[in-house]
Design a protein around this ligand. Structure first.
Ligand SMILES: Nc1nc2c(ncn2[C@@H]2O[C@H](COP(=O)(O)OP(=O)(O)OP(=O)(O)O)[C@@H](O)[C@H]2O)c(=O)[nH]1
Ligand SMILES: [Mg+2]
Length: 488
């Protein structure tokens, strides 16, 4: 891993997101972090950050030596400082700040880290950052603080990737999954599987190098068990990945049906905001409307479509084409019918068209007298569940939400507190590992040379190591961290 080392430079970046905020943080990490902070932070008692106790926060001022200020190109300085605010003659004040010191190795990166919490305006944060760069820090690359935490052995790669997932979490459930991964629960499981495989590897090498005919059967049996148990544990991890991916990315629900049945009304009630225009005029929704929503902690992409009626003009033709495209790509359809009217020819046609797709049949407007032929719907529904609701009276909506979530989890209960693999890179590596172990089992069963088995086990271990980062190329590492933001 040392070959991936990053050198000794001290890096700096604005760690909070761009734009105005109550507080903004400029972060420094590296062997010169404290020396740089000494030159840009003033306290009333003149105590320097390098003399602060670890994990203490201090009130003071971010400042810039005037001498240095004169050295900077004028276009960089213009508008950054209020020259009326001065501390004696020596410094130009940039901002009021709270500075925190976290010395190596007890810091995020395991290097000396200084965090300067300023007022969250981009001008003052930029000025503070420029000051640090002027004093010798280098602007951090995307994800470089976390990369250093990984390279310095504080976290493994799976944990580093969990940091990104936490930042990008769209739901509480996925946040839970990511925090478990950051705590190292996936890594612990992977290490446990690795240990079993390494023991098997050592055993195989012993059999190859010190053959013992009397013990052969026993020793071979001893080899099959660890390979089988690792494969089972990898299968369990992969079984969780479908749920992990759903929690991470959400699933696509498309609301469809003919005009005026209440599709947009249903979208609005599921979103809990009046997003789409609702009206008694058929053909109100002409373009598809897409919104992200959370139902019981699960993320969904909800799509409201234009009613699938015979088009009256080019715009409706295009609207229907788009509706059909979304319907084709849906993970789950909500097929809406108006229960207060008899089934129309369009309803029947749609029921038939959509019979092979995953979905729920929603009988809306159940507050009005029922005119729809329920028997006909039951026979046409196939595997689709039928639910009765009234969007106007808000009845049946909870039941619909339950049915949606149950459908997503296929009746299984998902525990976001457990290990759920959600990262595509991890899923691919686990699939590789499973494939390699399967081959190892086949070689054993066919009685081929144990050297082949030993090779496969090494490959399986490498796949696991690519997840935790024990075994990974510098290029791939750069690729992973480039997805982070600067300052993380
Ligand atoms: N009585 C009753 N009326 C409803 C209900 N849900 C929707 N409506 C009414 O039905 C009409 C059509 O509703 P929309 O939500 O615009 O229907 P839509 O399917 O999106 O229609 P298009 O966009 O034209 O395809 C509106 O007047 C709604 O107020 C319901 O549960 N009960
Ligand atoms: Mg509509």
């Amino acid at each position: 891993m040392s070959s991936l080392g990053h050198g000794e430079d001290t890096i700096a970046a604005i760690a909070t997101s761009a734009g105005s905020g109550g507080i903004g943080i400029v972060r420094l990490s590296g062997s010169n972090a404290l020396a740089i902070a000494d030159q840009m932070f003033l306290t009333k008692n003149k105590k320097k950050p390098s003399a602060f106790k670890n994990y203490t926060a201090h009130y003071g001022w971010m400042v810039k030596r005037k001498q240095k200020l004169l050295d900077l190109p004028p276009q960089l300085i213009s508008g950054l400082y209020d020259s009326s605010e001065r501390d004696g003659d020596e410094y130009e004040i940039i901002d009021e700040a709270l500075l925190t010191v976290m010395r190596a190795p007890r810091s995020y990166t395991r290097e000396d880290v200084v965090e300067m919490s300023c007022h969250g305006g981009m001008v003052s944060l930029k000025a503070t950052l420029i000051c640090a760069l002027d004093l010798g820090a280098r602007l951090a690359e995307a994800g470089e603080f976390t990369k250093r935490a990984f390279l310095n052995g504080r976290i493994d790669l799976a944990q580093a990737e969990a940091v990104l997932d936490i930042i990008q979490s769209r739901t509480e459930a996925f946040l839970k999954v990511s925090t478990h991964q950051l705590k190292g629960e996936l890594s612990v499981e992977l290490e446990a599987i690795r240990e079993i495989l390494m023991r098997a590897y050592v055993q195989i090498e012993a059999v190859i190098n010190f053959p013992d005919d009397d013990m052969e059967d026993q020793r071979m049996e001893g080899l099959c068990e660890p390979i089988q148990s690792s494969r089972q544990r990898i299968d369990d991890l992969l079984a969780s990945s479908e749920h992990g991916r759903i929690l991470k990315e959400g699933i696509k629900i498309v609301i469809c049906g003919r005009s005026n049945v209440g599709k947009s009304s249903l979208l609005n009630i599921l979103l809990k905001i009046p997003r789409a225009i609702v009206s008694p005029v058929a053909g109100t929704t002409r373009d598809t409307i897409e919104e992200m929503a959370q139902i019981r902690g699960v993320p969904f992409q909800l799509v409201d479509t234009a009613g699938l009626l015979d088009p009256r003009d080019h715009i409706e033709e295009e609207a229907i084409r788009r509706s059909r495209m979304h319907i084709k790509g849906a993970d789950l359809l909500l097929f809406v019918l108006d229960a207060s009217e008899a089934l129309t020819r369009e309803d029947e046609g749609l029921l038939d068209d959509l019979k092979d797709q995953e979905g729920l049949i929603i009988l809306n407007k159940c507050d009005l007298p029922m005119k729809i032929d329920e028997g006909r719907i039951i026979s046409a529904a196939g595997r689709k569940k039928i639910l009765k609701i009234s969007v106007i009276q808000k009845t049946g909506i909870e039941g619909l939400e339950t049915a949606i979530v149950e459908h997503v989890w296929h009746g299984k209960t998902v525990d976001p507190h457990g290990i759920l693999v959600s990262n595509l890179r991890h899923i691919h590596a686990l699939k590789d590992c499973r494939g390699v172990l399967k081959r190892a089992q086949e070689i054993l069963a066919d009685g081929l040379s144990l050297e082949f088995v030993s090779e496969e086990i090494k490959r399986a271990v490498n796949s696991l190591d690519s997840i935790t980062g024990r075994h990974i190329s510098a290029d791939l590492l750069d690729q992973i961290f480039s997805r982070f933001c600067v300052g993380k």
